[in-house]
Write a protein that binds this ligand. Structure first.
Ligand SMILES: NC(=O)c1ccc[n+]([C@@H]2O[C@H](COP(=O)([O-])OP(=O)(O)OC[C@H]3O[C@@H](n4cnc5c(N)ncnc54)[C@H](O)[C@@H]3O)[C@@H](O)[C@H]2O)c1
Length: 438
């Protein structure tokens, strides 16, 4: 099949490369000339494990193409995916749909014959109706269907998530569109990933409900971890104790510095706004957003407390800047709020991240970016683990201990054991692991 992906970002590029790998012919279109020029040179503009090889092999097999010309990319396509960004709109927290609407107008002018227009971007309920209206208005003669097909991949494991999804959600009532979507995803459900057909509005809502639920789960365990610190409990044991119950499940029960990233913060906000507009407020998600917002600066206070109440003039080494490991994505990363709060309190920040430094430089100024965890620790008064990259799980702790001005470690991801750290002579604090190590 001929497929076009509008937007060659984390979702568009991964989905496009995976569809090409299934044997479809895919053109990725992006308005960002630098991105397309890099892709044409064989360079991948983002860090996502395995993506470079997947793109290279499909380009070589002449199944994957890149262009800035939407008209060229869309002509003759059977399915055109909208995978552009839907960030929070400045000022009110609604999803900014300007990129989606622009893409719809551009697609409308370019389609040729019956085309399925698929919204893969995360969009509020009713956006499919609006896309349909825009296309119909621009091209009253066109033959098309507008389908919702939200994406659930996780950065850092995006290829495996796309190729082995827990489910594929397709929102449409039109038989003709269902057939195209079924053919497109056939290689996947042959591998037993269920294809779930719903109405378009329901599909749009499923994506927000899923992200809001996961954000709630994280925030729940974070609050339990605060209680653990007060009463002398261990949040990892609590998480295991509740997670073994199949109705709860063990995933997304890791206490930490609060959720961030390119999806949860903006999607929870957008869901709140939609729900308020429809006079069905979702109070539980409103609370989750507010608790999570406060948590990030609270993590900075934890560092300040570990250094005896003041960080003024002290050097804090930060390990990990991206919102999670195995990505270079800095969007709404907890590190931003934590570092800013530490800088506000007078700390000097030295930071290391295996892949995120280039993106971090765009959002975090006045930071000394260094090339290794050991350089971050050298002469530091405290070392803070913010993102749990594998490279930080087996550090030479004796070496770190000997390099630091003060052996203070604040582990916001609980990757080390309090007893072992104490035995090595660290003043170690972590998240939700009782009074003894608080
Ligand atoms: N990143 C994730 O993990 C993830 C997961 C699931 C869903 N989503 C959703 O997918 C959507 C895309 O997210 P992303 O992280 O890939 O964003 P991104 O910012 O990485 O990529 C979006 C791309 O679209 C391009 N673009 C914007 N307008 C365009 C237009 N009119 N024509 C062509 N290209 C255009 C931009 O230049 C950019 O390269 C969002 O709605 C997001 O919520 C993201």
């Amino acid at each position: 099949m001929r497929v076009t992906m509008i937007g060659a970002g984390y979702v568009g590029l991964v989905s496009g490369a995976c569809f090409a790998d299934f044997g479809h012919t895919v053109t990725c279109v992006d308005t960002h000339e630098g991105k397309i020029a890099a892709l044409k040179r064989g360079e991948i503009p983002i860090f996502e494990p395995g993506l470079d090889d997947l793109v290279a092999s499909n380009v070589k097999a002449e199944r994957l193409f890149f262009t800035t010309s939407l008209a060229e990319g869309v002509a003759d396509a059977e399915a055109v995916f909208i995978a552009v960004g839907t960030p929070s709109r400045r000022g009110d927290g609604h999803a900014d749909l300007s990129y989606v609407h622009q893409a719809a107008r551009d697609i409308a002018s370019a389609i040729n014959g019956y085309t399925v227009i698929v919204t893969k971007s995360t969009v509020p309920v009713g956006t499919g109706d609006e896309v349909e209206r825009i296309v119909r208005e621009t091209r009253p003669d066109a033959e098309f269907s507008v389908v919702s097909n939200p994406e659930f991949l996780r950065e850092g494991a995006a290829i495996i998530d796309f190729k082995r999804p827990d489910r594929i959600v397709v929102g449409t009532d039109e038989e003709r569109a269902k057939e195209v979507m079924t053919n497109l995803y056939r290689p996947l459900f042959l591998n037993q990933s269920p294809l779930l057909f719903t109405s378009r509005r329901t599909a749009e809502l499923i994506k927000y409900a899923a992200n809001a639920f996961l954000a709630t789960k994280i925030t729940f365990i974070n609050e339990i971890s605060d209680l653990c610190e007060k009463v002398g409990g261990n949040v990892q044991d609590v998480a295991r104790g509740i997670g073994l119950d199949n109705r709860i499940g063990s995933k997304f029960l890791h206490a930490g510095p609060g959720y961030g990233g390119s999806c949860f913060p903006k999607d929870t906000l957008a869901l709140i706004k939609t729900a308020q507009d429809y006079d069905a407020p979702i109070r539980i998600v409103e609370t989750v957003v507010s608790v999570n917002d406060q948590r990030k600066r609270a993590m900075a206070r934890k560092v300040i407390a570990a250094l005896g109440g003041s960080v003024r003039g002290k050097t804090v080494g930060v390990l990990g800047l991206t919102f999670k490991p195995n990505t270079d994505d800095m969007r709404d990363a907890p590190s931003i709020a934590i570092i800013t709060a530490l800088q506000d309190a007078g700390a000097i920040i030295r930071a290391h991240d295996p892949e995120g430094v280039e993106q971090a430089k765009l959002v975090l100024g006045n930071v000394d970016y260094v090339d290794s965890p050991y350089q971050a620790a050298d002469g530091a008064d405290a070392l803070v683990i913010v993102t749990e990259w594998d490279a930080f799980r087996a550090l030479d702790l004796k070496r770190i201990q000997s390099m630091m001005a003060q052996p203070v470690v604040v582990d916001l991801r609980n990757i080390y054991r309090p007893e072992e750290m104490a035995a090595l002579g660290f003043k170690y604090s972590s998240v939700g692991r009782g009074l003894a190590d608080a």
